[in-house]
Design a protein around this ligand. Sequence first.
Ligand SMILES: Cc1cc2nc3c(=O)[nH]c(=O)nc-3n(C[C@H](O)[C@H](O)[C@H](O)COP(=O)(O)OP(=O)(O)OC[C@H]3O[C@@H](n4cnc5c(N)ncnc54)[C@H](O)[C@@H]3O)c2cc1C
Length: 252
Amino acid sequence: MAKNRNPRTLQVLATRQLSPSMHRVTIGGEALAGFPADHQGGYIKLFLPTGEGEGETALRTYTIRRQSADALDIDFALHGGNSAGPATSWALAARPGDSITIGGPGPAKPLPEADVFHLIAGDMSALPAIAANLERASPDACGHAVIEVQDEDDRLPLEAPPGITIDWLVNPEPGLRPENLVGALRDIACPEGLLAGWAACEFAGMRLLRGFLRDELGLRPPHLYISSYWKLGLDEPEHKLVKREDAEAQPV
Ligand SMILES: Cc1cc2nc3c(=O)[nH]c(=O)nc-3n(C[C@H](O)[C@H](O)[C@H](O)COP(=O)(O)OP(=O)(O)OC[C@H]3O[C@@H](n4cnc5c(N)ncnc54)[C@H](O)[C@@H]3O)c2cc1C
């Protein structure tokens, strides 16, 4: 777990709008020295200003989309309107030279190396982790990934093994229609042989995916990774509580 370990204060080096609903912030600086290498696809905690009490911060969890010796790319799925939280607001306002304190890293959850057919599903919050995993997958990996985005133009180019097919679903209202991802996975014709599942998305969608991958297909770790990354209507601390209760009641 990343916990709040090893907090370090970095600087914003650059920002870039990758697509209508994905915004990249590149952070780095001297304090990145000693940050553990090889954590692409792992995660960090961001200590974000709440705008309330002086120095008050909110913790949010984000994937290390890309890591180099002197920089980390963090990709923020934008959820605007009434649901913009401290993380998305910070990312949109970030300018080169701004400071940000981070904790971590926590480990990546890569695709299992074994000779399996991969079933991968996620929404935009998991797109950075899926992209990092596909980049690192074995070149002869096979499978099918279904990724839900908010806009046609959020279909970012992904570097993936040729044996992994990628399908995109467009849902402009993330968190509504949680049945989308599981419905698309069910339609995939899987070959005979071992399967592996990797899924991360909004809580209700995760539960449906868990019902399919764990209960119907019988997948278990290390051939199953499943996690909710956020929950509609709850901020991250509230989601964490629900997630913990659910994991205790329904261990994978
Ligand atoms: C291991 C891990 C890695 C993650 N990596 C990434 C990542 O790389 N990129 C990324 O964008 N997210 C990622 N997430 C999800 C991210 O932590 C949450 O989406 C977080 O709640 C966003 O914080 P916020 O301050 O923007 O909103 P919060 O203050 O937490 O929530 C405010 C409101 O926004 C809603 N909301 C939160 N997230 C979303 C969303 N994605 N879409 C629509 N509505 C939302 C909430 O339901 C709430 O109503 C990751 C989560 C985990 C557990």
